[in-house]
Design a binder for this molecule. Structure first.
Ligand code: 3PG
Length: 334
């Protein structure tokens, strides 16, 4: 007598085995969207359409205030969509079923890539999907700066000014395009981008950061936060800027040597710092440099419905394509 007939009659056993088999086959993949800073509702609707259209389940963890909430939510997630949310070894340890994490955005310095690899988790980003939004905000910060933070006094115009783009990636290219609409003269420095790509965009290539800062009235930062770039925007570099220089940061706070920049702004009352990533020393900047320092209360560059739709839906599609076809095109960990 076969062992299974201890519990079930033959027809019941067959049904049970079949049910278990199909449950395994059609196990509903769970995609968790964990966003401390939520996407616009229309983007979440779009993500849901993609995820549920693939037969998966969507779970949402928005505006969480405590890391434990994320640790609890990832426990049964097969896939994870995040923004600047931190995915470190603790999150990966808790996410026992996780196969893929997609950063809906460009910078993935918030994911511990080594830990992802060692946990067998694929990490991806969605390059270019939110770059126009960030670029528009960069230009907005420039206008705000040259118009003296809209304080009622007479300012200057962007037209005819020299703009230096520090890193000519997706955001840098959009900044160049929009700045040209303002009539700015655009320069760029990017050690990893060939001159031809800049020339094709009507941008003047320069071959060192020093040359860029020396040449430009406004410098807009678009470098990622890496071991190489952290604290690299320092006193001596920014001090090369001409009188009235304006530094605009829509990249990462980590690339700024904050104490060096504070010292420089104290020496150079002509200079301004506008940032979409609040510095650690925000209170000090605000107290010391009223009228020539501005930081958004929360990173707002990618916070548009369009960018949320583009990046969020791209993330959802990349997950479905990875799970169904093994497509790893935007993988950032190896
Ligand atoms: C990015 O790296 O894509 C931007 O910094 C946007 O980040 P956010 O999704 O946290 O707004």
């Amino acid at each position: 007598m076969p062992y299974f007939s201890f519990h079930y009659s033959e027809p019941t056993r067959k049904k049970t085995v079949q049910a278990e088999f199909f449950t395994t086959l059609v196990h509903k993949m769970k995609v968790l969207v964990a966003t401390e800073k939520p996407f616009a509702k229309v983007a979440v609707d779009g993500i849901r359409k993609v995820v549920e259209g693939a037969g998966y389940e969507l779970a949402l963890l928005e505006k969480y205030t405590d890391k434990q909430q994320l640790l609890d939510a990832v426990v049964d997630a097969d896939a994870l969509i995040i923004r600047s949310d931190i995915v470190d070894a603790a999150v990966l340890d808790a996410a026992k079923k996780l196969k893929i994490v997609v950063r809906a955005g460009a910078g993935y310095d918030n994911i511990d890539l080594e830990a992802a690899t060692s946990h067998g988790v694929v990490a991806m980003n969605t390059p270019g999907q939110n770059s126009n939004a960030v670029a528009e905000l960069a230009l907005g910060l420039m206008v705000y700066a040259v118009r003296n933070l809209y304080n009622g006094t007479s300012g200057t115009e962007l037209k005819g000014k020299k703009l230096g783009i520090h890193a000519f990636g997706n955001v840098g290219r959009n900044v160049a395009r929009i700045a040209q609409g303002f009539g700015m003269e655009v320069y760029a420095y990017d050690a990893y981008c060939p001159d031809e790509a800049m020339v094709a965009a009507n941008v003047k290539p320069v071959h060192s950061a020093e040359e860029l800062y020396k040449s430009c009235d406004i410098v807009s930062l678009h470098i990622p936060a890496t071991a190489e770039t952290k604290n690299s925007i320092n006193h001596d570099l920014v001090n090369l800027m001409p009188k009235g220089g304006i530094l605009v940061n829509t990249a990462r706070k980590e690339v700024i040597d904050e104490e060096g920049l504070i010292a420089l702004l104290q020496e150079r009352p002509d200079m301004k710092y506008m940032t979409d990533i609040m510095p650690v020393a925000d209170a000090k900047f605000r107290t010391l440099f009223e009228g020539r320092y501005f930081a958004t209360p929360k990173k707002m560059g990618a916070q548009t419905a369009e960018a949320n739709i583009n990046a969020g839906i791209a993330a959802a599609k990349q997950i479905v394509d990875f799970i169904q076809n093994g497509n790893e095109r935007f993988r950032v960990n190896k």
